[in-house]
Design a protein around this ligand. Structure first.
Ligand code: FNR
Length: 359
């Protein structure tokens, strides 16, 4: 059997049936934070397609933490029931439902990408005043964010906890903190963004305080569920957040009971220099796996079964998160089993399509 189709235990109670995970991908298709028919089709078809777990797209812990007004959210109890329907369906296909809890910070209040990438000013419809670790905007000339006070930071941390409690009531078994791509958590981590002089800025210990306090707050509500953190392992810019700091942070996260580091990169500053190519983020997962001895997920331009299998065989990562390839092909996992010679059981409804004979 291939390694891609070996199960893996991620904590005392949760085992994933294979190593292929749906990476979180914003759909910009919700109303008032609620999942709609689109989300049911989108996620359930990937569960039917046999991914071991789904990390639901960035789901905002407060309304102003949405990237766009159409982002998913879980900032009020009314959201719970719809998500519960979604997780119930996902679980029917032996797929573990996960959710990425997010706050976009200074990168919030934008158009959805197919309308335009621009910030929407706080005075315009569907726009709001953004908040951040800093008082500087992401793009020069954009409206500056409000720099969170210490009291306001504590309030955001509490909201991450409340969102966790709601997510657990809704049946999610993996909770991932979005600590990557230049969003609020990353806005605290990166020395290129965080210009604070209080206990949340300056030294490494101060810049990581926000995410560590979020973890502590979330853990108050978590029992058997698994906590993951997505980090940008590099800002791809001089004097930025880097892999050495990511390794140090990952060690501390592990000691606090985080099970998986989902290794991404970039997004902090608009002058980043990334050479995007096949497997380009795999070395980060590899470094964290070797130096921290924590389960790591590799993501980014992984789109073939043999490529994914090789990453696992080389011990560079434990999990493969698939983004765009799963948008192209919800049944990628079924195809991958064929390519790697694994005898994957198809759902009875689709069983007769498994082999290409015309009876
Ligand atoms: C993303 N990505 C992303 N990442 C994340 O952590 N939270 C999110 O909500 C989103 N949203 C999102 C939307 C869309 C449409 C795309 C294409 C991507 C990044 C994604 O999870 C993944 O890390 C990258 O796409 C790289 O992996 P692939 O696509 O090369 O497999």
């Amino acid at each position: 059997m291939s390694k891609l189709f070996e199960s893996i235990q991620i904590n005392d109670t949760i085992t994933l049936k294979n190593r292929l995970i749906m990476s979180p991908m914003c759909q910009y298709s919700s109303e008032d934070g609620f999942p709609l028919a689109w989300h049911f089709t989108h996620y359930i078809s990937r569960a039917v397609g046999n991914v071991a777990a789904i990390i639901q797209e960035a789901t905002a812990v407060v309304p102003e933490g949405r990237i766009s007004a159409e982002d998913l959210g879980i900032w009020k109890d009314e959201h719970i029931a719809s998500y519960q329907k979604l997780t119930t369906e996902i679980k029917k296909y032996n797929c573990v439902p996960g959710i990425q809890l997010a706050h976009a910070g200074r990168k919030a209040s934008t158009q959805k990408p197919w309308v335009g990438k621009d910030q929407i000013k706080s005075t315009e419809p569907n726009g709001w005043k953004t908040v951040s670790s800093t008082n500087q905007p992401f793009i020069d000339g954009d409206e500056a964010p409000h720099q969170l006070t210490t009291t306001e930071i504590k309030a955001v941390i509490v909201e991450f906890g409340k969102a966790t409690e709601r997510a657990l009531k809704a049946g999610y078994e993996i909770i991932e903190i979005h600590g990557a791509h230049g969003y609020l958590v990353h806005q605290f981590l990166s020395p290129l963004i965080n210009n604070r002089t209080d206990e949340y800025g300056g030294s490494f210990e101060n810049r990581i305080r926000f995410v560590l306090e979020i973890v502590d707050e979330m853990k108050k509500y978590m029992t058997t569920q698994s906590l993951w953190v997505r980090l940008s392992a590099s800002d791809w810019a001089e004097n930025g957040w880097d892999i050495a700091q990511t390794v140090e942070l990952s060690k501390i996260l592990k000691s606090k009971g985080v099970d998986v580091i989902d290794c991404s990169s970039g997004g902090a500053v608009d002058y980043q220099q990334i050479e995007v190519k096949k497997n380009y983020q795999v070395p980060f997962a590899n470094a964290i796996k070797n130096e921290v001895n924590i389960i790591t997920g590799a993501v980014g331009l992984i789109f073939e079964a043999k490529q994914a299998e090789e990453i696992l065989q080389n011990n560079e990562a434990d999990l493969i998160l698939l983004g765009r390839e799963l948008l192209r092909n919800p049944y990628f996992v079924l195809d991958a089993a064929k390519v790697l010679g694994d005898d994957l059981k198809w759902l009875p409804q689709y069983e007769r399509a498994k082999n290409n004979h015309y009876k």
